[in-house]
Design a protein around this ligand. Structure first.
Ligand SMILES: *Cc1c(COP(=O)(O)O)cnc(C)c1O
Length: 224
């Protein structure tokens, strides 16, 4: 199936109110352009330089999301334009994002990445760590950051019950944090969860943003 056909198929399964982020990492511009022509305006990438390079060439009405692990020294590449950073996992990183946001005279939207899978290969905060971050004086002094919700990556598993448990857990953590710290802040409303293999479960469990790559663009070839 073509990229256009894949997009049409996937959109049928995504309800109103859930944002589809087309994960275009490793894909060349002409492939991304095919999705753009089909009306897709929201794209996700996991590498800051690749994201910047694509931002520079592609149409300027695209909303670009950084979904992968972010090193502090690379925030500068995306700070001028990034729409949402999904992968904030330390106060040090948040501090750097705030600094770069000030330099660019903007507020940068962020999600706290929560460790829901407990796999060694995955990043993220535990619920207590997220709470500690929000309670810190350092965070409270940051004027150019907006925390809009949480993000999580499910385990790599065929066990749907395991995946479902992890997504239920992320929703619970979101609710705890919202009720404790963001009651009056309507912009704390996003739960980024669900990828090609598990987005239907994620949507059932309350996802507001799904990050879908291979089901739209096909398998990635990292050797290219
Ligand atoms: C690559 C990636 C995705 C998309 O994965 P697919 O299985 O191709 O849909 C989603 N989220 C993150 C953080 C990723 O790195």
């Amino acid at each position: 199936m073509s990229i256009a056909e894949n997009l049409i198929e996937i959109r049928k399964n995504i309800p109103q109110g859930v944002k589809l982020i087309a994960v275009s990492k490793t894909m060349p511009m002409e492939i991304i352009q095919e999705a753009y022509v089909e009306g897709q305006r929201v794209f996700g990438e996991n590498k800051p330089q690749e994201l910047r390079d694509k931002y520079e060439v592609m149409a300027k009405d695209i909303e670009w999301h950084l979904i992968g692990h972010l090193q502090t020294n690379k925030v500068k590449y995306i700070a001028p334009f990034v729409y949402l950073i999904h992968s904030v996992d330390s106060i040090r990183l948040l501090n750097e994002i705030n600094k770069e946001a000030i330099k660019n005279n903007r507020v940068i939207n962020c999600l706290l990445q929560i460790d829901i899978a407990h796999e060694d290969t995955k990043f993220g905060l535990l619920e207590e760590e997220a709470r500690g971050l929000i309670l810190s004086d350092e965070y409270k002094s940051m004027k150019n950051i907006k925390i809009c919700g949480v993000m999580g990556i499910g385990s790599i598993t065929d066990d749907e019950n395991q995946t479902r448990k992890e997504f239920i857990n992320l929703k619970e953590i979101f609710t705890h944090l919202r009720d404790e710290f963001f009651k009056k802040d309507i912009s704390f409303c996003e739960i980024s969860m669900g990828m090609s293999s598990d987005f239907s479960i994620a949507i059932k469990e309350g996802s507001t943003m799904v990050r879908i790559g291979s089901s739209i663009f096909g398998e990635r070839n990292y050797l290219k």
